[in-house]
Design a protein around this ligand. Structure first.
Ligand code: SAM
Length: 399
């Protein structure tokens, strides 16, 4: 009886409150009518389940759990900052996963990797082009530092603070995104093109090397190019942002080869893709939303055109790294295969696939790599090291 009285009292109070609120200010509950029946995240999960269970087999359930869990970040240390950033981060329990392996790395580079040759000859046989494999002789820049919390530790980084000149001390990014930049192997005096650069995480990594003579950063999206400029201004001192060192453009990258061919020592082609992690976790700006189906289906063709343009933009002897943040074979391996074939057939450019196994071997304690990939290397998400997915493949222009 007492409970019934209480309920009545409560409902009367709500009615009183409603009558006090002017009708125009009342919030109409219409979420049920406007919410899509199938949210993009759900469509993405259905797509991933269907595609990746076939592609990854028994690995998929554990990758799926990791993809649906909170991702782990790395903090790219900004060498241009006047703060003692690295020491502060180390005091919080982080470690620089790049310098940690430096000594080990050099010995790795000198030894041929067990099984690498067998696997690589497999690549040439399995794929339709005759790209021979080259062992990577890359030298890791001692200036690129990226810290992570230890394996299994999911502590979040605090936001970076500006130093006395307003430059931020570190940039938070998926630590695996540093790998394509390390694979690019930028050397002193190189000219470098970052074809799809916004918001600028990888451009920042490349600038940390302090070895680049000229860097061109490009992104077709005007709004994202603005974001890229803001990022560069927040991390890089003005004297490094002059036109003779850094060029910021907003062209359609697929057309790059038409205007600037055979030019750059290094080209990074970090293409738009289905961004698996974002697509599974965020409904906003999701490529799996119904209205973006055509755009999503066109991605492999766009990726192919961008990679071909990047290949053309590199000079003979130059090197190109193709990267994505999807596990999709159609957006990764198939794009590279077709690009190598079309570069030869349509443009007379011979390419060699560079073996990145020595690089992945160095970082095997920090990241989980997909086993037995026929072409390129891929970081797969794992609950104890929840980075990636990041796919990368390196090509060298022979002609
Ligand atoms: C994966 S994001 C690049 C991320 C960036 N490299 C980084 O590390 O911060 C892909 C970018 O490609 C850009 N893009 C899409 N189509 C393009 C095109 N035709 N030419 C150049 N950029 C393009 C998108 O605007 C997007 O910013």
């Amino acid at each position: 009886m007492a409970m019934l009285m209480e309920t009545r009292l409560l409902s009367r109070r709500i009615q009183d409150f409603r009558s006090l609120t002017p009708r125009r200010n009342r919030v109409k509950e219409k979420w049920a009518a406007t919410r899509p029946k199938y949210p993009p995240t759900r469509l993405a999960l259905q797509h991933c389940d269907a595609t990746y269970s076939a592609q990854l087999g028994s690995l998929w359930p554990s990758v799926r759990v990791a993809l649906l869990s909170e991702r782990k970040y790395g903090a790219l240390v900004n060498n241009f900052s006047y703060e003692t950033v690295l020491a502060n981060l180390q005091a919080q329990g982080c470690r620089d996963f790049i310098s940690d392996i430096h000594t080990e790395a050099q010995s790795c580079l000198q030894e041929p990797k067990v099984g690498a040759d067998e696997e690589l000859s497999g690549v040439s046989m399995k794929t339709s082009f005759s790209a021979s494999q080259q062992h990577s002789t890359l030298q890791l820049s001692p200036n690129i530092k990226c810290v992570v919390f230890p394996r299994g530790d999911i502590t979040r980084f605090k936001p970076a603070r500006p130093d006395m000149y307003g430059l931020l001390g570190y940039y938070l990014m998926d630590a695996a995104s540093v790998l394509p930049c390390l694979a690019l192997d930028v050397q002193e005096g190189h000219s470098v093109l970052d074809l799809c650069a916004a918001p600028g995480g990888k451009s920042l990594v490349l600038l940390q090397t302090q070895a680049i003579r000229f860097l061109c950063v490009n992104d077709v999206s005007a709004s994202r190019t603005l974001r890229l400029k803001r990022v560069l201004n927040s991390y890089v001192p003005r004297q490094f942002l002059t036109d003779d060192i850094l060029r910021i453009t907003s062209f359609d990258g697929t057309k790059w080869g038409e205007v600037e061919r055979n030019t750059f020592d290094r080209v990074l082609v970090d293409v738009p893709c289905t961004t698996d992690r974002h697509s599974l976790m965020e409904d906003d700006n999701n490529i799996f939303s119904k209205s973006r189906t055509a755009e999503r289906r066109r991605l492999p063709q766009l990726q192919l055109e961008l990679l071909l343009a990047g290949i053309e933009a590199a000079c003979p002897g130059g090197e190109i790294v193709y990267s994505t943040c999807t596990l999709s074979q159609i957006q990764n391996l198939s794009v590279v295969e077709q690009a190598v074939y079309l570069a030869r057939e349509n443009h007379g450019i011979q390419l060699e696939v560079v073996n990145l196994r020595p690089l992945t071997h160095m970082f095997r304690k920090t990241f989980h790599f997909a086993p037995d990939l026929q072409l390129g290397e891929m970081v797969v998400p794992h609950l104890a090291a929840n980075f990636g997915p990041i796919y990368m493949c390196k090509l060298k222009r022979l002609t």
